[in-house]
Design a protein around this ligand. Structure first.
Ligand SMILES: *Cc1c(COP(=O)(O)O)cnc(C)c1O
Length: 362
């Protein structure tokens, strides 16, 4: 099989070693005579998989004991609703930072439940930067502050963690596309959520890390499956969890530990992103619209100076084994996603292809 490099924004590339191990264990997991897909979620085999997954995740992120880890379904999009339903409590306002398509979706959903104060926005600049904290106009009556740490579509990443001045107002982050790509201080957050299919594992698993004191009775008529407290009390076994995605995510955690943990992977991620940004900045054939200080290491959008060449670029990239480079339909152009599982060789090959393409079509 020819080596293909998959730059999809999600579902995205997984470590090859993980897929190979999953293949080897497909029909008979550790002598159980069963595939993980066939196991009872309450049986001892699967329980051991969950325990290992949670302990590896806790170790990688250094998650303190007063935080619960929930393994849910519904995607990050379900969290757009679950966050206000559970965290508003007696309040009716929340602060949101608007930095792109995903924060806009989170805002629209939150508006069903409360008054949303857009504390800062980069919409006037077409979402090409992350507003610094001195520009945030937080509402002291807000139940929480929500931001999107990496805008997967626009390629804007917060390279810093906001400081919560009021200890009673928790910071909530949608980290769907950059969780586990770099070290993180979990104690600065009240709640972190992520869909797994960008940087953690396959689609189907949604991860929530939440400080215990925030688990309280949600708004009236909240369905049980939208209730964090109910999930926490039942150790994410309120109903059948996404067993196979959890198993694969567990294998990814073990791979990440072997790769040097978050400090190790961060170095690799910086190397990869630098390779591509250096190329983009060194030519006017390509252009990246994002402010330099806020550029994402995970998702790198770029345009060709001559958009008439877009299709040729994509076709020739594909012929070279470089796939899924088309930008999101809302922004056009190209986008290369360089998640943890993308090897440096893949980025080097992309950069070499892009150089050659530029010189041929200059
Ligand atoms: C992909 C993505 C989502 C939506 O995730 P689903 O799992 O498809 O609901 C939300 N936020 C961000 C930042 C994303 O990248």
């Amino acid at each position: 099989m020819e080596q293909i490099y998959n730059f999809s924004a999600g579902p995205a590339v997984l470590p090859k070693a993980v897929l190979q191990l999953a293949r080897d264990e497909m029909l008979d997991w550790h002598g159980s005579g069963m595939s993980v897909m066939e196991m009872s979620h309450r049986g001892s085999e699967f329980m051991s998989i969950v325990e290992q997954l949670e302990s590896d995740l806790r170790e990688l992120l250094d998650i303190p004991q007063n935080y619960k880890v929930l393994f849910l379904q519904g995607g990050a999009s379900s969290q757009f609703a679950m966050v206000p339903m559970n965290l508003l409590q007696s309040k009716n306002k929340a602060d949101y930072i608007s930095t792109g398509e995903w924060s806009k979706k989170a805002i629209t959903e939150a508006q069903r439940f409360c008054t949303v104060n857009i504390a800062a926005s980069s919409e006037e600049a077409n979402f090409t930067y992350a507003p610094t904290q001195d520009k945030w106009q937080l509402d002291p009556a807000a139940a929480y502050v929500h931001y999107t740490s990496n805008e997967t579509i626009g390629g804007v990443e917060f390279n810093w963690t906001p400081q919560m001045l009021n200890a009673h107002i928790p910071l909530v982050a949608d980290m769907s596309s950059n969780l586990l790509s770099r070290p993180l201080n979990v104690t600065q957050f009240g709640l972190i959520y992520a869909g797994a299919q960008k940087n953690l594992g396959p689609a189907g698993l949604t991860l929530v890390i939440v400080r215990e004191d925030l688990l309280a009775t949600p708004i009236t008529n909240t369905p049980t499956l939208f209730n964090y407290q109910a999930h926490a009390k039942n150790n994410s076994m309120l109903n059948t969890p996404p067993t196979y995605p959890m198993y694969i995510t567990g294998l990814v955690m073990a791979w990440l530990k072997e790769t040097g943990g978050l400090a190790g992977i961060e170095k690799i991620n910086i190397t990869k992103a630098t390779l591509l940004y250096d190329l983009l900045d060194g030519t006017d054939f390509y252009h990246c619209p994002v402010a330099k200080s806020d550029r994402s290491r995970m998702n790198i959008p770029f345009t060709l100076k001559n958009p008439a060449l877009d299709n040729t670029f994509l076709e020739q990239a594909k012929a070279n084994g470089l796939i899924q480079l088309k930008g999101h339909r809302s922004v056009g152009g190209m986008r290369a996603s360089l998640y943890n599982a993308m090897p440096i060789e893949g980025v080097a090959k992309l950069v070499a292809f892009m150089k050659e393409f530029a010189s041929k079509h200059a």
